[in-house]
Design a protein around this ligand. Structure first.
Ligand code: IPM
Ligand code: MG
Length: 357
């Protein structure tokens, strides 16, 4: 029987609640599809700061690197916002991404028919949306040097550097081209080449690769226009290729096409080694511990882990189908609640998902 070692990183806020739901579902599908999952929990983010003083203990990073896949719930809490940056929960997540060399972040955005009226956008605009954000995850302004704060001439200054090397652009563009080839064959690369040199390099490298992928239709869009087009006519997009910061912003925007950010999973991959699978949403400290969280993005992230990370597509299908069935039956968490539906908490939603398996 195949055995996969999975590191669970519940993290902060609603993280532990949604991790419980995902874990119970994973235990059932692995049993049913005849493979074994060996779980190991590790601390990260604010909970790791509380227990070890560090947002990413070395033992957590080591366990993740030695695993077959990592499933992370969420990190972050306002309690830590006043700590120096190297001690904040977010720094733990960035350290994990960098430490595992997870340069490619895939964020699929697909409309679930049962949720079409949960979106703040009109049905005619979002019906049939099916796009993939391919976000560069270990470079750009998130990691560029120099960065910092200083005082000079009686004033203060804060600065970060947006920088990409040609090879960093090439490796993420290659991922996007290959995904586009498996989908509808359209790649839109997002940049700000009308202003930024780093973006002109990005655009030039994508253009230089295009002839190698004859079947792919390549276009470029400035990020401000992309933000507008995502709400004006999102169906025009198949694969959106972005740098780290632009992808962060556009993927939250794209999430709202589906009605709630509580529905969006993601996968972060390197060139080899284990992947990291996590919901796009954050730790939602305002509803943490109140049994109100939507566990579905976490469950769908677990499905991505099964499909991409562990090569267990049948088990991944089973989880995705369970989500569809529960939604079609009218069960909703508070973030998605609509007239005529049944509102459930996180735990009860987990029970319904188990029944739907
Ligand atoms: C995301 C999050 C993170 C990011 C934060 C928590 C550091 O917003 O995964 O989109 O900015 O990448
Ligand atoms: Mg984000």
């Amino acid at each position: 029987m195949a055995q996969h070692r999975v590191v669970l990183l519940p993290g902060d806020g609603i993280g532990p609640e949604i991790t419980d739901v995902a874990r119970r579902l994973l235990e059932v599908v692995s049993d049913r599809h005849r493979f074994e999952l060996v779980f190991e929990e590790q601390p990260i983010g604010g909970s790791a700061i509380d227990s070890t003083g560090e947002p990413l203990p070395a033992s957590t990073l080591e366990a993740c690197k030695a695993s077959d896949a990592v499933l992370l719930a969420a990190i972050g809490s306002p309690r830590f916002d006043s700590l120096p940056r190297e001690k904040r929960p977010e720094t733990g997540l960035l350290g994990l991404r960098a430490g595992m060399d997870l340069f490619a972040n895939l964020r699929p955005v697909k409309i679930v028919p049962a949720l079409i009226d949960a979106s703040s956008l009109k049905r005619e605009v979002i019906e049939g949306v099916d796009l993939m954000v391919v976000r560069e995850l270990t470079g750009g302004i998130y990691f560029g040097q120099p960065k910092g704060r200083l005082e000079a001439d009686g004033d203060e200054r804060g600065f970060n550097t947006m920088t990409y090397s040609g090879s960093e652009v090439d490796r993420i563009a290659k991922v996007a081209f290959e995904i586009a080839a498996e989908r509808r064959g359209r790649l839109c690369s997002v940049d700000k080449a009308n202003v930024l040199d780093v973006s002109q390099l990005w655009r030039d490298r994508v253009d230089a690769m295009a002839p190698g992928y004859g079947g792919i239709e390549v276009s470029h869009m400035y990020v401000d226009n992309a933000a507008m087009q995502l709400v004006r006519d999102p169906r025009q997009f198949d694969v959106l290729l972005t740098g780290n910061l632009f992808g962060d912003i556009l993927s939250d925007e794209a999430a709202m096409l589906t009605g709630s950010i509580g529905m969006l999973p993601s996968a972060s991959l390197g060139s080899d080694g284990p992947g990291l699978f996590e919901p796009v949403h954050g730790s939602a400290p305002d509803i943490a511990g109140q049994d109100k969280a939507n566990p579905m993005a976490m469950v769908l992230s677990a499905a991505m882990m099964l499909r991409i990370g562990l090569k267990q597509p049948a088990a991944a299908d089973a989880l995705e189908n369970a989500v569809d069935r529960v939604l079609a039956a009218g069960f909703r968490t508070g973030d998605l609640m609509a007239q005529g539906c049944t509102q459930l908490g996180c735990e009860a939603m987990g029970q319904e998902l188990l029944k739907a398996l």
